[in-house]
Ligand binder design. Structure first.
Ligand code: VGL
Ligand code: ZN
Length: 227
């Protein structure tokens, strides 16, 4: 049994893309995506710093198969910045599918970060767009907040969670993926490939039971608010 991990003010919980389109019945459904909502809510109570992300694409986005003539979802094509997997239209900005799942109760989140809003560049990662260059600003935000460790959860393990975790590592944060608080797309072996990359990058793969912070309600200055 690994040592437990005590959460403090220099930790952030990154809750990735818990949006309707990634839930069962959504445009790019992730199996069991809705089943992690209660766990993510409970985890968040242990963190003073929580950042939520939203995948947020304009109509005609480069990642949509519908933007490329006869292309089909889950095909990969070459674009200016490299390979791009194509998806069904999803998380169109302002649409109900792009909204956060209504069961999330994380009112104390300090930032909701949108990504993928550039029509010509996808962004799985919460830190940088798929060209590998264009920053979202999250690293600067976390550094200014004196954050040292990033704990990632949400959807999908093999895409936005993995890319965000890898980028957190490359930007110098100690990084953890809370496996049971994620769900995967797992198209064509993508989940195994993602874990392999994360292992090489020394992203730590943990379970939610390893996190043992006191509940937020027990801590100052968060003691008075409702959840
Ligand atoms: C995601 C595919 C396309 C994700 C976003 O949130 O993992 N996957 N856009
Ligand atoms: Zn997307």
């Amino acid at each position: 049994m690994p040592a437990t991990i005590a959460i403090d003010e220099r930790d952030v919980l990154l809750v990735i893309d818990m949006q309707n389109d990634f839930m069962p019945g959504g445009a790019l459904a992730v199996a069991g995506g809705d089943s992690i909502v209660p766990l993510v809510n409970r985890l968040a109570q242990n963190f003073a710093n929580v950042v939520l992300t939203q995948d947020w694409h304009p109509p005609g986005h480069i990642s949509f198969a519908s933007s490329h003539g006869g292309a089909r979802p889950f095909e990969t094509i070459g674009v200016a910045y490299g390979d791009q997997t194509l998806w069904p239209d999803h998380c169109v900005l302002g649409s109900p599918g792009a909204a956060l799942h209504k069961g999330l109760t994380i009112d104390h989140a300090i930032l909701i970060l949108r990504k993928g809003y550039n029509v010509a560049i996808d962004s799985y990662s919460a830190f940088a767009e798929a060209d590998g260059e264009t920053p979202t600003g999250l690293a600067g935000f976390l550094r200014e907040k004196n954050i040292r460790r990033v704990f990632a959860c949400g959807l999908a393990t093999d895409y936005c969670v993995a890319w965000s975790a890898l980028d957190a590592r490359s930007r110098g944060f100690e990084t953890f993926v809370i496996e049971d608080a994620c769900r995967a797309i797992d198209a064509q072996g993508s989940l195994g490939a993602a874990w392999a990359k994360m292992e090489i990058a020394r992203v730590q793969r943990i379970e939610s039971t390893e996190i043992t912070a006191k509940n937020r309600q027990d801590r100052r200055p968060f003691g008075s608010g409702s959840v």
